[in-house]
Design a protein around this ligand. Structure first.
Ligand code: BGC
Length: 476
């Protein structure tokens, strides 16, 4: 079945494109913005190619109209962007309110609405205000109320126009890369404990923000609210061996279920996590599991705190069972499985992100079965290409055709309730630990690197190709 012949039925579905504040805005200290942990990290680390940072990035803070122009040209129905917490509250709290930051987001939201593009707003996409990191940090429960107050402010200020909220982007990445591997800020290397503590607080923080929306704003504003969870598809190495199938399911639970199970199922962690971490902790001689537990009251508070299922998806891994080492304690060794790349699939500019489109269809089906047929939005999907080498963008075109086709198969043939598809990303931007070495953009950005930041201002945007999304809309 060709993609084109069935697109006509999908008029009500949401086709969108994404970005995030630190990756595109620049203006890192403009007009009173406070530093975030990504500002601090990128100024000091030498782990990012070319020592790149988001100081200037795509200059979206000063080039709002160009962003709107590109969005309009793509004819997307929605734009998923994130708010920079420390642009709004430089010290992370309401008392430091920076009106110019609020004005920027008001202009962006108003601009989108004027063009009939729905804003999908991520409240927190990794760039925690540095001032909060210094005092509290996500391993402390105080952060829950502080985050809630920030969300409350966002709902009150932007919620008359924003009807789709995402509280947190990829809490699994925050927990594991930020506090386990320590390769992302705040660069804590504590693989056996802190990821679990941080995740626990992030789940509670999300749930609290959800209830704030529900109690104070939903009735008058009528929007929806969720959290964006990252999930690779885990394919068993040999589907005829039960142990491998169980290992692959465990992989799904450790990455996605860690957050989705409490939020979409019963307020509690998946059995696989409770069993694995509990069992290992006991053998390791701990008096209790390294995985914290929720009280009954907390479970009731967390359960059901998302109106739709938002999933960010990039690739598939081949998973097989192993018995991992016991020491040192680590989330990674708690898994008891190993991951390999899918041999037959094309590579991308990020070595461990192969193009395995069929994995998306399986992932969508797994979510449907596991979480009782929720409405699903694919809130990120895209491919990394070498940033500055070529104008031939056929790898990206191939990627989108293949992945969207699999999403449509899940929708049409398997009956998965896929409500939206958001491509990553609007334009090449600061790709975190990859700096500007790779690009995910449907638009190319010519980042001109020079000794002075001023040179970056010369960067300009240009279309890489007529977007695949545009192609769909034209066919509508
Ligand atoms: C992040 C995006 C990023 C993408 C590609 C995702 O995990 O949420 O912000 O653009 O990875 O690096």
């Amino acid at each position: 079945m060709s993609i084109m012949t069935i697109t006509g039925k999908h008029k009500e579905e949401n086709w969108g494109i994404s970005s995030s504040a630190y990756q595109i805005e620049g203006g890192w200290n403009a007009d009173g913005k406070g530093p975030s942990i990504w500002d601090t990290f990128t100024q000091t680390t030498d782990t990012i190619p070319d020592k790149a940072n988001g100081n200037v990035a795509c200059e979206s803070y000063n080039r709002l109209n160009e962003d709107l122009y590109m969005l309009r040209a793509l004819r997307v129905k929605s734009y998923r962007f994130s708010l920079s917490w420390s642009r709004i509250f430089p010290d992370g709290t309401r008392k430091s309110l920076n009106q110019k930051g609020v004005d920027y987001y008001n202009r962006l939201i108003d601009g989108l609405i004027a063009y009939n593009i729905e804003p999908i707003v991520t409240i927190y996409h990794w760039d925690l205000p540095e001032a909060l990191q210094k005092v509290y940090d996500w391993d402390k429960a105080e952060m829950i109320d502080i985050f809630n107050d920030y969300c409350d402010f966002c709902f009150a200020t932007f919620g008359d126009r924003v009807k789709f909220w995402i509280t947190i982007n990829q809490p699994q990445t925050i927990g594991w890369s930020g506090y386990g591997l320590g390769n992302m800020p705040p660069n804590v290397k504590d693989p056996g404990y802190r990821p679990y503590i941080v995740a626990h607080n992030l789940i509670k923080a999300h749930a609290k923000a959800y209830h704030t929306y529900d109690d104070k704003y939903r009735q008058s504003q009528g929007g929806l609210i969720s959290i964006a969870l990252n999930a690779d598809w885990a394919e068993p190495k040999d589907v005829s061996i039960r142990r491998e199938v169980v290992a692959a399911d465990r992989a799904m639970q450790f990455q996605l279920g860690w957050f989705a199970h409490p939020i979409f199922k019963n307020g509690d962690y998946p059995d696989a996590l409770k069993w694995q971490v509990g069992n290992k902790s006991e053998i390791q001689g701990f008096p209790q599991s390294r995985l914290p537990s929720f009280t009954e009251e907390e479970k009731n508070f967390i359960k059901g705190t998302a109106d739709v299922f938002c999933v960010n998806h990039y690739t598939t891994k081949i998973v097989s069972h192993i018995t991992a080492r016991l020491s040192p304690e680590s989330y990674e060794y708690d898994w008891d499985f190993k991951e390999e790349e899918e041999n037959d699939s094309p590579t991308t500019a990020i070595p461990n992100q192969k193009v395995v489109a069929w994995g998306l269809r399986r992932l969508l089906n797994w979510i449907k079965e596991e979480y009782g047929d929720p409405e699903i939005y694919i809130t990120e999907n895209g491919v990394a290409t070498e940033a500055q080498t070529t104008w031939d963008d056929s790898d990206r075109v191939f990627f989108y055709k293949a992945y969207i086709d699999e999403a449509l198969k899940a929708y049409e043939l398997d009956g998965v309730t896929v409500k939206g598809y958001i491509a990553t990303s609007l334009m090449d931007s600061f790709e975190w630990l990859n700096g500007y070495k790779v690009g995910f953009g449907l638009h190319h950005v010519d980042f001109i690197f020079g000794p002075l930041e001023l040179f970056h201002i010369l960067s300009h945007y240009s279309h890489k190709h007529e977007s695949i999304l545009l192609e769909f809309h034209v066919k509508d």
